[in-house]
Design a protein around this ligand. Structure first.
Ligand SMILES: [Zn+2]
Length: 283
């Protein structure tokens, strides 16, 4: 076969550094993969990682000009959102307020389904997201309290020991917190205690609905062991399809709401991904 034997095999190009390392002088900022590697190697405590909220990126970055997407949290329009995450997923982070997909989903539910801006109520925000906190702070009829173990912009308080009297709140927001707490049943019991009967807790956890049973392993103690077991250095479980039942045990009527219930057009416009929240009415 003419040409076959003489065909040259082209050399694969040298792979570029992918792990945040680089040669030459000058300190390069670590990328997320590099940071993850470093904190796992040092078994850094969460306090070393979850510091004050970083300043949000300036609005209207040149690369995000346009109007195809709208952030429901800050109300600004952009051509696209920014990349975010270990895999640098596209169209994730709002250039205006820093919201991620799940924050936009949560806000749409609070605004559309629960009509939060129109209501007069006392709300407890556990580990507040900067963009949503800013929106809530602007609602004149809301009596707003925020707590966080690590961020100085909220009162320092442990979610498993809430320093509030019984039935103090009409609503609690708790997004992506419980997967960090070993005693999550205790945190749920505290939420039920400080909510008035009929009040709502809106709870989000990273959910893997293909798992029928929530996976926990107390033997995973270091950041590296938790990363291997749960896919995150500070998570203590992978929540499965049964997690709503665990919430219900604390005294809630639980409804799971999926972002997939929104039309494809809306999900693209607001740039949402697959996410679920639990709307939990205190019995
Ligand atoms: Zn925004």
């Amino acid at each position: 076969m003419p040409g076959f034997q003489s065909a040259k095999v082209s050399r694969a190009p040298k792979s570029r550094a992918w792990d945040g390392s680089r040669s030459g002088s000058g300190a390069a900022p670590l990328d997320l993969a590099g940071r993850l590697e470093a904190l796992v190697a040092a078994n850094a405590p969460p306090k070393a990682v979850y510091g004050p909220s970083r300043r949000e990126a300036p609005a209207r970055l040149p690369s995000a000009r346009g109007h195809a997407k709208r952030c429901p949290v800050c109300g600004q329009r952009f051509g696209h959102f920014l990349r975010f995450g270990l895999n640098r997923r596209r169209n994730a982070r709002c250039p205006g307020c820093g919201s991620l997909e799940r924050h936009r989903f949560l806000w749409l539910y609070l605004e559309g389904a629960l009509r939060l801006p129109q209501r007069r109520l006392a709300l407890l925000h556990i580990a507040p997201e900067a963009g949503i906190r800013a929106r809530l702070a602007g609602l004149p009829r809301l009596r707003y309290r925020a707590i966080d173990l690590y961020r100085p912009e909220a009162a320092a308080m442990d979610a498993t020991r809430l320093g509030f009297p019984d039935a103090s709140f009409d609503m609690i927001l708790c997004s992506h917190v419980l997967e960090h707490i070993a005693a999550d049943r205790q945190a749920l019991a505290e939420m039920a205690r400080v909510l008035r009967p009929g009040g709502h807790a809106v709870i989000l956890v990273p959910l893997d609905p293909r798992r029928t049973a929530t996976y926990e392993d107390p033997a995973a103690e270091t950041a590296g062991e938790r990363l291997a077991a749960f896919g995150h250095p500070y998570h203590v479980r992978i929540c499965g399809a049964d997690y709503g039942a665990r919430i219900a045990e604390a005294g809630f009527a639980v409804t799971r709401v999926d972002s997939a219930a929104l039309s494809g057009h809306r999900r693209r416009y607001w740039r949402l991904n697959k996410a679920s929240l639990f709307d939990c009415r205190r019995l």
